[in-house]
Each structure stands twice: as C-alpha cells, then as structure tokens.
Design a protein around this ligand. Structure first.
Ligand code: ADP
Ligand code: MG
Length: 248
C-alpha cells in the first residue's frame, strides 16, 4: 500500500547552492511530524516543495497516489494542503471574521470575501472556528489590534475553515514569546489530531518538537540526518545534529 505522502529522491538547487539532495520521506495519514535541524538545513525548502510553492529539480512528490506537480487545480489543492507561517499572512485592516473566512477563498473568490457579503452559514463557520481557538468574542475586532498570539489563533481558525488534509507549518511560533508559543503549538497539534490532519511543522525548539510531535525528521545540509519516533531520540543525537553544523 502506498503511503499518504511520498517524497522520492528530491533534489533542490538554488543557483549553485544545493538546498536538498537525495531526500526521500514517507508519511502516513494523521502523522504529526516536526522538522528540526540547524538554520540552512533545508526545512523551509522542503515545506515549500510540499506546498508546491517550489518545484524540485529532481525527484517527485506524491500525495494520496497523485503527483503533486499535477495537482494544478487551486481549489482541490487547498482542500489537500494548508499552510501556516511565522508571519501570519492576515490582513490587519480587516475584522477578524474576514480573515477567518479567507480560509474559504478557494470556494469563494477574493472579491466576495473583501466585499464582506457574509451569509449566516459562513458566519456560523467562523464563530465555530474562533470558539475552538478561544477567540469567539473577537469576531468583529480589527485584526491588527490583536496580540501576536491572538493573531496566530486567527490564522488557526482560518485553517479550521479551510479544513485541509495536510497542514504545513514553517516555524509557526517563532515570532511569539515562549509562553504564548507553547500555547499555540499545543493548540495546533490538538486541532490536527482532532481533525485527523497530517501535520508537518518546522520548529526551532527541540524541546517542543519532542513534547508535541510523534516523529522527528532531522535535516542537516539538505539531507536527512535522522528520522525517528520522538521518544527514541537521544540528547547525543540532538547535540550532533546542531553541533556538526557549527564546526563548519
Ligand atoms: P532552513 O529553513 O532549514 O533554515 P532553507 O530551506 O531556508 O533552510 O535553506 C536551505 C539552504 O538553501 C540554505 O543554505 C539557504 O541559504 C539556501 N537558500 C534558501 N532559499 C534560497 C534562495 N531563494 N536562493 C538561494 N539560496 C537559498
Ligand atoms: Mg527556515
């Protein structure tokens, strides 16, 4: 049986810099995976390839047996793959509810969302999503007036409305203070588990990666350094993952 996500022998080169080489990875539906490794290891590049924001120079990625390169229908792709970033990509001037409903953009078109023609059904969806992230009372607040942690919750609510099968998160909590970061990460993982989503998140913090994720995929210099269940990763492995790079 084929895996849910198959990354086969990927290579990605930027001009003369090899960002990823001979990278293969199989991922099952519903897995919670943290991508770790030193800065420059290729985490963002891998996430961008999985999001189809970049194309590999070699190799291929399949999702549910289908080549990602052939999934060109934006609407269908948005149902498969959702993305959450360190900078939340929210429109600060708009009320929270509009940013949440932007998760429906693939169904809606941007015009409708900006003209704010809200149907009761849409409003209910937004309220439900905002309630799950603990922001039900902020529906009509200007998004830019919210704190960083709250804005990341809005981004999570938007993701709930989009409801993709796969969630890709690139350093989703890097811009938040530690207490807030852990809250948001716990919420991201909780939602992914409840929705049976496959979550792949790059993280700075190995501690959080081990605490919240089932599987750690460690990258170093564009290759997999180890790929192990979180519980079996040793301190020595973590030390050599980060230390080797420093000595270069
Ligand atoms: P990480 O997210 O693990 O820090 P990246 O995927 O951002 O790593 O980068 C992997 C490597 O590719 C690094 O050496 C980086 O400098 C290089 N790289 C990333 N993006 C570009 C780009 N747009 N142009 C040239 N080199 C890049
Ligand atoms: Mg990065």
């Amino acid at each position: 049986m084929s895996e849910f996500i198959e990354v086969k022998n990927i290579e990605k080169v930027y001009e003369r810099k090899i960002a990823l080489s001979s990278l293969s990875l199989s991922i099952k539906k519903g897995e919670l995976i943290a991508l770790i490794g030193p800065s420059g290891a290729g985490k963002t590049t891998l996430l961008n390839l999985l999001a189809a924001n970049l194309s590999p120079d070699q190799g291929e990625i399949t999702i549910d047996g289908q080549l990602l390169a052939e999934m060109t229908d934006q609407k269908k792709r948005a149902k498969k793959i959702g993305i959450i970033r360190q900078q939340f990509d929210l429109i600060g001037e708009l009320p929270v509810i509009h940013n949440v409903l932007a998760g429906k953009l693939s169904e809606w078109g941007i015009i409708k969302s900006l003209l704010s023609m809200l149907f009761p059904q849409d409003k209910d969806d937004a309220i439900r999503a905002l309630t799950r992230v603990g922001l039900s009372e902020k529906l009509y607040e200007r998004t830019s007036a919210l704190s960083g942690g709250e804005q990341q919750r809005v981004a999570l609510a938007r993701l709930l409305v989009q409801s993709p099968e796969i969630v890709l998160a690139d350093e989703p909590v890097a811009s938040l203070d530690p207490a807030r970061a852990e809250d948001i990460l716990a919420l991201l993982v909780k939602i992914a588990s409840e929705e049976n989503q496959t979550l792949i998140a790059s993280l700075h913090s190995v501690e959080y990666a081990k605490r919240y994720f089932d599987r750690l995929v460690a990258l170093q210099d564009g290759q997999i350094f180890f790929d192990l269940p979180s519980s079996s990763v040793s301190d020595a492995q973590i030390a050599s993952l980060y230390k080797l790079k420093e000595q270069e």
